[in-house]
Ligand binder design. Structure first.
Ligand code: AMP
Length: 545
């Protein structure tokens, strides 16, 4: 027997309609690329999204067409999210930090018909323009006064484009499983793969994001997503914001510690979210200038492991709660969040930080399991580690225009490529990316754990551990570390420090000190680059992938 409930489709347009009516006066504040701060309301944002939807229709854009963006977090990018998906087309976010060769591959693979670009990325598009086979026009996200001289043929000005159009637009109603947006993974091997989100997955993911033990969003909050809108849709925050009535603050291109501190202080930001490398910059700035952001209550750190030292710096020095989260582009991206269970809140400090260092428990909507090499389920004892697989309504079921996905099995599970433990209370902890685990003398060493412990050394700012080939043990760990300013740690002091924390055979044979670590397109340490650089000289053998 079917239930007697309305079959209202879950559409992205309904989110902005809700925000523009129920939270009509709630603000979106943006640091623009041009310089000034821009400020308006959800009601105004919807009106401009509708103007843009009319403009796109006049350009001949139809449902299902791919419309790309290459832009920072800002109000115009927000409008494009809603206009494009709202009219039934697909919003394809491009990551400007990718190599130009990957960018033109992605645009051609997606067959994008228009690209919306911030002023910053006009030169980038000019450089690859002659390789883009499907693009009919480029819209520069600025006003007439700031339009650049460009070699791009058919460059349109955003403000002029929408100016001539009405803000009346009836969002079409369609099947909630219709594709809404597209984001390519920044895979380190092979071609990038397209993850195609649907309206349904996006709306359900937004509910998941808003839950109390997830990101806990609501009208009382003011959220600044540092995570870019080109990285897994800024973790879904631009969708969950009008759904829940949070004030949204967009940092534009200014992601340095000083700019973020200023914007967060001026706008009374209560929560922010991003990868550890940006928080490192923020923490350094706050420490150097001996400042705090008085309104800041919580940070969500994900995308790479948050070290214990980062968690304690936020909590002890700044009184800011850390929520460690894990996910993937393929998962919209939210998978797990680490929030202490009520009976853990009074536990000794060390025990609490250990739990917060884990990647957390699954949000409703995400099922997860760990399995061994024979696909046998592993126990939840916090010790057994194996391949982490997930499934759920906001996990991808395949890749865009790829007939076969080796990561999906017959029962619909998606193999994440991460290796993890799960404990009795369902707290999951990432041990490593499968390809980053170190196998020494037949035993596994977790690079993530070594990195975490090494960054806890008082003289180390950032650490990465990679495997280097070894004649006797197959692989041994090498620690590559960035010392803190004015500190001069030695290999011996670091090795001694680690020897007190891990089994003797885990201690890296060598420590290399560098000024900075190479970061990839989503702000994570590029281990492939480190392997290229450091794996071969130590052994004389070519770097391993
Ligand atoms: P992306 O799709 O670029 O967001 O990358 C997803 C991958 O980032 C995951 O499969 C993990 O390997 C890694 N990742 C994300 N969050 C965390 C975290 N909190 N701790 C460790 N690794 C993480």
């Amino acid at each position: 027997m079917r239930g007697l409930m309305m079959d209202t489709p879950l559409l992205i347009s309904s989110i902005i309609d809700h925000g523009a009516t129920v939270y009509a006066d709630r603000e979106i504040v943006s640091q623009t690329v041009e310089g000034p701060i821009h400020r308006y309301t959800y009601a105004h944002a919807r009106a401009r999204s509708k103007q843009l939807a009319n403009a796109l229709a006049s350009l001949g854009v139809h449902a299902g067409d791919r419309i790309a963006t290459i832009a920072w977090n800002g109000h115009r990018h927000f409008e494009i999210y809603y206009a494009v998906s709202g009219m039934g087309a697909i919003c394809h976010t491009l990551n400007p930090r990718l190599h130009p060769v990957q960018l033109d591959y992605i645009v051609n693979h997606a067959e994008d018909s228009y690209i919306f670009t911030d002023l910053t990325f006009v030169p980038l598009l000019e450089a690859i323009a002659d390789k883009l086979t499907s693009v009919q026009g480029v819209v520069v996200m600025t006003d007439r006064a700031n339009m650049p001289d460009t070699s791009l043929s058919n460059a349109l000005c955003y403000e002029e484009l929408i100016d001539n159009h009405s803000d009346e637009f009836a969002w079409p109603q369609f099947d909630e499983n219709t594709a809404s947006s597209l984001c390519y993974t920044s895979g380190t091997t092979g071609n990038p793969k397209g993850v195609l989100y649907s309206h349904r997955s996006t709306v359900l993911h937004s509910y998941g994001l808003a839950l109390p033990d997830s990101m806990q969003l609501g009208e009382g909050h003011c959220v600044l997503p540092i995570v870019p809108m080109f990285h897994a849709n800024a973790w879904g925050i631009p969708y969950a914001a009008p759904m829940t009535g949070v004030k949204l603050v967009m940092p534009g291109p200014r992601l340095d510690g000083a700019s973020l501190t200023r914007l967060m202080t001026d706008e009374d930001v209560t929560m922010t979210a991003g990868v550890p490398s940006v928080f490192l910059g923020l923490l350094n700035h706050l420490e150097e200038t001996n400042t705090r952001v008085p309104s800041l209550e919580r940070v969500v750190i994900g995308g790479a492991a948050a070290s214990q030292s980062m968690i304690t710096a936020f909590e002890q020095k700044l009184g800011v709660e850390v929520r460690h989260a894990w996910g993937m582009t393929e998962m919209s991206p939210l998978g797990t969040v680490s929030v202490l269970k009520p009976d853990m809140r009074d536990a000794p400090e060390a025990d609490r930080y250990e739990v917060q260092g884990k990647q957390g428990r699954p949000v409703f909507g995400v099922e997860m399991k760990i399995v061994d090499d024979d696909a046998k389920l592993l126990p939840h004892d916090g010790k057994a580690f194996g391949d982490l697989s997930v499934r759920g309504p906001w996990v991808c079921s395949g890749y865009y225009r790829m007939d076969h996905s080796p990561a999906h099995d017959a029962d619909g599970w998606f193999a994440t490529g991460d290796v993890a433990t799960i404990d009795e209370s369902w707290y999951m902890q990432i041990t490593d990316r499968k390809k980053d685990l170190i196998k020494s003398g037949g035993e596994w060493i977790s690079s993530v754990e070594l990195e975490n412990l090494a960054s806890g050394h008082p003289e180390i700012a950032q650490a990465a551990v990679i495997a280097v080939p070894h004649e006797k043990w197959d692989e041994r760990p090498l620690l590559i570390a960035v010392p803190k300013e004015n500190a001069s740690p030695t290999k011996e002091t670091i090795q001694e420090y680690l020897a007190g924390l891990v089994p003797k055979w885990w201690v890296p044979d060598d420590v290399v000190f560098v000024d900075s670590l190479p970061l990839g397109a989503t702000g994570k340490v590029l281990k492939t680059k480190l392997r290229e650089q450091y794996a071969s000289p130590h052994s004389g053998t070519p770097p391993k992938e």
